[in-house]
Write a protein that binds this ligand. Structure first.
Ligand code: PDD
Length: 296
């Protein structure tokens, strides 16, 4: 450890205090947003749903004709090392792979690109998040993103604008709309609960990110006998629902209690979303036990 009090980060083979870590100005992530990322939740020092996050990373890389920057074992070691070095019990790990740097700005892929790999931790209170008790507000707006939202690209300017607009309108998250239908949140999947207790979700396609948390929640709902309907839905339909929720590595499963000026349900998190959140933590607890066994 160095004398710096900055958190430790990983950059291309080195563990460094964040204030000493550097990336080239020619890195294509910086110049073109030519890269992909993952955010994995950490609870009790364990990685939650790590394997599907890495599977999605590999898919994103394949879709952009980029190579994995290191072996699977090495990548997992880096995640664990950062949790240890930063003594992080709970939070998220951010991972970014960019196409690297060829010492100039040139649009086509470099001939012999060496990808850049960066990881850092962010302590976040996920399990005791006060927003889980109060619920969150959404603000609706057009979805102005590109046509390959299934790739977890670092080109997030449209989401930055969406979430900034949501914030300016007093909301925690955006609900984005295309062709009259809801796509997803600025950085979360969205779903709602119908009066008959079933859950409605937009089908995965290139219009939304295949959320890992949503997939976990869908499986848990299915196992507990909740019907899942995958179809397009409108903002009006979602606003008339009993319960609405966000799903993401940073919100896990969180109730939505207001969309624009409309209260959802009674303006309080409802029973189905509370149950799903509880089931999610049970699932996480199971993974924590498995990892403790595997790494002891
Ligand atoms: N975002 N949709 C979008 C557009 C997202 O950016 C995210 C996650 C999700 C949820 O995916 P997952 O369940 O795999 O986290 C859906 C991360 C958390 C972020 O950008 O910070």
């Amino acid at each position: 450890m160095s004398a710096s009090s900055a958190p430790m980060v990983y950059v291309n083979g080195d563990y460094l205090p964040a204030d000493q870590a550097k990336i080239s100005i020619f890195d294509r992530g910086f110049l073109f947003a030519d890269g992909v990322y993952e955010v994995t939740a950490v609870l009790k020092r364990c990685l939650i749903d790590y394997a599907p996050h890495i599977e999605r990373l590999k898919r994103s890389l394949r879709e952009l004709d980029m190579a994995m920057p290191c072996s699977d074992d090495e990548l997992e070691r880096i995640h664990r090392q950062l949790i240890e070095m930063n003594d992080m019990d709970e939070g998220t790990i951010y991972l970014q792979v960019t196409r690297g740097d060829e010492g100039c700005r040139n649009f086509p892929f470099p001939e012999d690109a060496k990808p850049s790999l960066v990881l850092f931790t962010q302590p976040v209170n996920l399990s005791e998040d006060p927003k889980a008790d109060t619920g969150v507000f959404l603000a609706s707006m057009p979805d102005i993103r590109w046509a390959r939202r299934d790739i977890k690209s670092v080109a997030l300017l449209a989401q930055v604008l969406a979430k900034q607009e949501a914030k300016a309108r007093g909301a925690h998250e955006a609900v984005m709309l295309q062709d009259g239908f809801v796509t997803e949140g600025g950085s979360s999947a969205l779903g709602f609960v119908k009066a008959d207790g079933s859950i409605v979700l937009r089908p995965f396609s290139n219009t939304i990110l295949p959320s890992i948390t949503r997939q976990a929640v869908t499986k848990l709902a299915d196992q507990s006998g909740v019907a899942i309907e995958e179809r397009l839905f409108t903002l009006d339909e979602m606003m008339a629902a009993q319960e609405v929720f966000t799903a993401s590595a940073t919100s896990l499963v969180t109730a939505v209690v207001k969309i624009d000026e409309q209260r959802i349900g009674g303006g309080q998190p409802g029973p189905v979303v509370r149950k799903l959140r509880a089931l999610y933590f049970e699932m996480a607890e199971q993974q924590i036990h498995e990892q403790a066994d595997a790494w002891s």
